[in-house]
Ligand binder design. Sequence first.
Ligand code: B12
Length: 283
Amino acid sequence: MNISKTEILELLQDFSDNSIHNSVSGDVALSPQYAGIRIFEWPIVGVSSAQDEIYKTYTNPEIVGENYLNPSEWMDGAKSIISIFNPFTEHIKDSNAGGNYPSDEWMHGRIEGQAYVTAAAQALAELIRSKGGKAMVPIADERFKIYKEPKIYSNWSERHAAYVAGMGTFSLNRAIITKKGIAGRFCSIITDIELTADQREYTGLYDNCIMCKACQRACPVDAINEHGKSHIPCNIFLEQIKAEHPPWYGCGKCQAGMPCESRIPPKNPKADYSTIKNIYDGN
Ligand code: B12
């Protein structure tokens, strides 16, 4: 059983261009003008090995959490993890830059966008299965769970899989900055096919962040400071938005319009990462 990274990318690009899930349908559009807008551009992909030692550290409560399940716990015989980053279209990003309230388009990106992201990962898993391999999508598995105690985290973290797969590093606001930027959504697939793992072109957790603090200034609820982002005020704000627009919500002011929105910003030799706390206020 063999599948190349080129085949993987081609499938995802084709899905991106042709799936009905990659646009807002008229039935759910928050306003008729959003009907048919495209949600994501073509994705980028990174691969990590299920044997990578970093995965073994993720049950540490200071990294992900004690209920974290490593790739072999999700799937017997796991060999590779494919991490996919789906960058939002310019329309979605531009609509949400500035202000203190998420744009309707961004909220569509959060809700309908997540449906697309899962569907694309499932389509790739299906391709692998059709060729005789095993594949599963953790966030679509019935065991996937988000915990609220002792902090907010899930038993499979897309950002932490992306970090191992060489996709990018964390930022002051803790989201991952990839070569296609920060504004987008991740998904991942665990498979028993052996793909060559990508090299990580970084050594530090925050290497792609230039510590410009633009996200700190943009956060509507002051959740970000020099220590990083406290997930609690961020979560409270998201809950408030959801109560106002069920089931839609989102924020992303720390992503849209930022210097890292669509790329890794040019390095800042003066960036000082020493103030960032890897774990902030227990969250
Ligand atoms: C729960 C959750 C939240 C919680 C926050 C809780 C949290 N802890 O992250 C709330 C509801 C507040 C939230 C908010 C948002 N979220 Co959210 N969220 C998630 C979810 C479901 C799980 C996150 C998780 O488990 N984190 C684990 C914890 C422990 O992470 P952490 O503390 O930040 O990690 C630090 C430590 O691990 C530390 N560290 C210390 N030692 C070491 C050692 C090593 C080796 C490593 C790697 C790290 C490390 O480094 C990390 C960064 O500081 C993921 C989806 C998923 N299944 O992964 C999406 C996800 C993180 N969210 C996402 C987004 C987009 C958002 C929002 C912008 C909302 C929106 N869509 O409009 C906001 C703000 C994002 C931000 N800046 O953080 C995206 C991020 C995309 C990106 N570019 O990175 C994700 C990946 C969803 C997706 N499918 O793409 N989210």
